[in-house]
Write a protein of this length. Structure first.
Length: 251
């Protein structure tokens, strides 16, 4: 079943100026429920703009974006904020945890903002603590744990809302290779449990964990790859070769 549908999406900055900037020219693709999709491209290709539009942080200049049948372009500012809380989960490169809150309270934060009853928050947290292996750090503070552990807390915060779609923006960008692999394995497990994921990354190693990879160039979908039955190393090699062709201007 189609979860996310983008049709002919454009995003123009400074549209009424002498020098408008077309960040996205014509983006069309669909993502089915349960998919795990990576988005790659050179710096300035439009990856972050695309993610921001899907996240309802920006609106497309033209075209349509629907998530679970909801036209995101028709949401008011307040409706978009509520929609983000209720339907989207976010994992960032730099974790974005609040140092003044314990790890438990950082995870609870989106549910607190949604005025969720405490017993519901506790019920949702229990399976996440086990799945993400954070039971030993749940009542510590972000400043007392490693970067990889902070990212686990951030993932728990994103998942506790039971989002339709998990958006990850360079989730391993601030981590060493060993810790990155641990986080990517967690994403694999989360996806196997049915969570739909979109991950923007510059890393072929990270993208190789996804089931499909979209490549953006000059504001358009340049190419896409499916992992299929390929091993991680072979899929990573295909991704690297495609990025090399894209970077070198090949068609």
């Amino acid at each position: 079943m189609t979860l996310l549908n983008l049709q002919h999406v454009q995003r123009v900055f400074n549209q009424n100026s002498v020098n408008p900037v077309m960040a996205l020219k014509d983006i069309t693709f669909r993502i089915d429920q349960g998919e795990y999709v990576a988005i790659m491209g050179e710096s300035g290709a439009g990856k972050s703009t695309l993610l921001n539009i899907i996240a309802t942080l920006e609106q497309a200049t033209s075209g349509q974006v629907t998530l679970n049948g909801q036209d995101l372009g028709k949401l008011s500012k307040d409706e978009a904020a509520r929609y983000r809380r209720e339907h989207l989960g976010f994992v960032f490169q730099h974790f974005n945890l609040l140092d003044s809150l314990s790890n438990r309270d950082n995870i609870y934060l989106p549910l607190v903002l949604a005025k969720t009853p405490l017993n519901v928050m506790q019920e949702r947290l229990t399976p996440l603590v086990n799945r993400l292996r954070i039971n030993k750090i749940i009542d510590r503070f972000p400043s007392e744990i490693s970067g990889g552990q902070q990212q686990r807390i951030a993932i728990a915060r994103a998942l506790i809302t039971q989002p339709d779609l998990l958006l990850a923006d360079e989730p391993t960008g601030a981590l060493d290779s060993n810790t990155s692999n641990e986080i990517l394995e967690l994403f694999d497990d989360v996806n196997k449990n049915g969570q739909t994921i979109i991950m923007v990354t510059h890393s072929a190693a990270a993208a190789s964990h996804a089931k499909r990879t979209l490549f953006i160039k000059d504001g358009r979908i340049y190419h896409e790859l499916y992992r299929g039955d390929l091993t991680l190393p072979k899929y990573q090699q295909q991704i690297s070769q495609t990025m090399m062709t894209l970077t070198n201007g090949g068609e």
